[in-house]
Design a protein around this ligand. Structure first.
Ligand code: GDP
Length: 521
């Protein structure tokens, strides 16, 4: 049965944009950014694909194929790593911007996959300035991670970090180099000489050869006979990639600047603010600046070009993948160890079978939450550590400017008796100098200081709320949300400088409550 126009998500979204941002918003061309105010994996995919209906141009602007987005198109779930969500609509232009790093083989595989599903990729454009991930970057990444022992940061092993490192060290190769054989050969030689020297220093020739046998690196094709890397094989493969991508590699920075004010532009974030190389919980961060400022730059724009900056958080919990401080983690260190050292989805299926979201053992409660919410990496399958919503970290993330908040996954908490919200921390560590501030045991911290030396000594202070039991999956209007849920929402937004704009109550586009101005009275 066809839906009434008033019930469609497109119509509700238009009403929402008009009511909150003014008629003018719909009549002029604007820039919207969607980023995450936590550690990523907050369901950006759903909202980027929703807002791609509004946009003319959708741009993926930082990171590489280490990120994973899940989108649902006509009831089917697709996981995209590099290509923006607008690819499902032939009328949209999709940009992979200058701030990204690209493993051309992964990009081509994604294009082939999408074409096999009937999506045209003719509307895709790739920045000629985006840096190229080489096989040696992947080797360096995996070798570094395997040798780091307890110090490892949980890299996805896709070569992203060494590629960004080379960019800063002015050794990087760009997508444009794939179109110029002589330039490519010259730069590749310089990069490979350096990478070989580093690998020799690490004593890792044998390990490097082993790594190169994997499918991701074309099953040993790049192993050299006399040298560590087969220079000619890499040249041949990469110039072939260049041939296949010719026509879509272009100056996207110029295109984006030219489109300002003429087209609706959507900037699609990757990872999350707390993982930004510049603002995140360094060193347990990603290699790019995935903050709104970094996103604008990665698109060839300025931060001030962004008209509306949406920031996504999970309601009312959060997750983190890999290592790094996580004060509100359910199950504390045992959860961190389990998720990073051997835990996986299969093993978890048979764990805590009789447990529910209300388990009194917080480790078990965290596992149940993870299972119910499907919190396993879209790219790696790794279990995501689960914890309570942390307002101290959120206050910090809001400094990035994404203060129009989208809350996702609230349906997952249905049936939880007590929901805890961390409103601040009590510092429990030794005296610590933070600039001219001296932190002392017993200090209360309202806005997180995102250094591990501080966060690891922060005891979260919680306010507890009764949960709700009503099924909220089909709720479309704010006033139909359970009172207990609204009470928590009001508490959160009384305590952080941000406004709740959208509440997601299920994975599908229709499972969305758009908050209208009068809802908040
Ligand atoms: P992203 O990288 O930020 O897009 O996050 P993920 O790839 O981890 O996507 C999150 C997953 O949650 C996907 O399977 C989505 O379909 C799903 N999802 C998004 N919003 C909601 C929601 O409100 N409720 C539920 N149950 N699932 C959601």
């Amino acid at each position: 049965m066809n839906k009434l126009k008033e019930e469609t998500v497109e119509y509700r979204m238009e009403q929402f944009l008009r009511a909150n941002f003014g008629n003018e918003f719909l009549h002029n061309k604007k820039v919207i950014a969607i980023s995450c105010n936590q550690f990523g994996d907050t369901g950006k995919g759903k909202f980027v694909s929703l807002f791609s209906k509004w946009a003319d141009i959708i741009a993926r602007v930082t990171g590489g194929d280490n990120a994973g987005h899940t989108i649902i198109f006509e009831g089917v779930e697709y996981v995209l790593h590099l290509i923006p969500c607008g690819i499902t609509d032939p009328d949209k232009i999709n940009i992979i911007g200058t701030g990204t790093v690209i493993y051309p083989r992964a990009l081509l595989q994604e294009i082939i996959f999408l074409k096999s599903k009937g999506f045209s990729c003719d509307n895709l454009r790739i920045s000629l300035k985006a840096n190229v991930i080489l096989p040696s970057h992947v080797v360096l990444d995996r070798l570094g991670e395997s040798q780091a022992g307890k110090e490892r940061i949980g890299s996805t092993g896709k070569g992203i970090q060494p590629c960004y490192t080379d960019h800063v060290a002015r050794r990087g190769l760009t997508m444009n180099d794939l179109l110029n054989p002589e330039v490519f050969r010259r730069k590749l030689k310089k990069a490979l000489d350096y990478h070989t020297m580093i690998i020799a220093g690490l004593g890792g020739y044998e390990a490097a050869r082993e790594i190169m046998k994997c499918d991701h690196l074309e099953n040993g094709k790049f192993i050299g006979r006399d040298e560590l890397f087969n220079f000619e094989a890499i040249v041949q493969s990469y110039l072939q990639y260049g041939k296949e991508l010719r026509g879509i590699i272009e100056d996207t920075d110029a295109f984006m600047r030219h489109s300002l004010g003429k087209k609706n532009i959507l900037l699609e974030g990757a990872q999350g603010y707390l993982l930004s190389i510049d603002y995140g919980t360094y060193p347990f961060v990603t290699s790019s600046d995935c903050s709104p400022a970094g996103m604008a730059k990665g698109a060839g724009l300025k931060e001030s070009d962004i008209d509306v900056s949406f920031g996504i958080i999970k309601g009312f919990y959060m997750t983190r993948v890999g290592k790094g401080s996580f004060p509100t983690e359910m199950g504390d260190k045992s959860s961190e160890m389990w998720c990073n050292e051997g835990g996986d989805r299969e093993k978890e299926k048979s764990m805590f079978i009789g447990s529910t979201l209300n388990d009194t053992n917080s480790f078990a409660q965290g596992v149940v939450l993870r299972r119910l919410a499907g919190e396993y990496g879209a790219t790696t399958g790794r279990p995501r550590r689960t914890g309570w919503l942390d307002l101290s970290l959120l206050r910090y993330a809001l400094d990035g400017g994404a203060n129009q908040i989208i809350l996702t996954k609230l349906d997952v908490l249905t049936g939880m008796n007590i929901i805890k919200v961390c409103h601040s921390y009590e510092y429990a560590g030794p005296d610590f100098n933070y600039g001219d501030i001296v932190l002392t045991k017993g200090d209360i911290i309202e806005k997180a200081i995102v250094l591990p030396e501080v966060l690891d000594h922060c005891t979260p202070l919680y306010k507890e709320f009764p949960g709700w039991t009503e099924d909220i999956r089909n709720v479309k209007h704010f006033s139909d949300l359970p009172e207990n849920l609204i009470n928590i929402l009001k508490y959160v937004f009384k305590n952080v400088p941000a406004t709740p704009r959208i509440i997601s109550v299920g994975p599908g586009p229709d499972d969305t409550v758009f908050v209208l101005p009068f809802d908040l009275n």
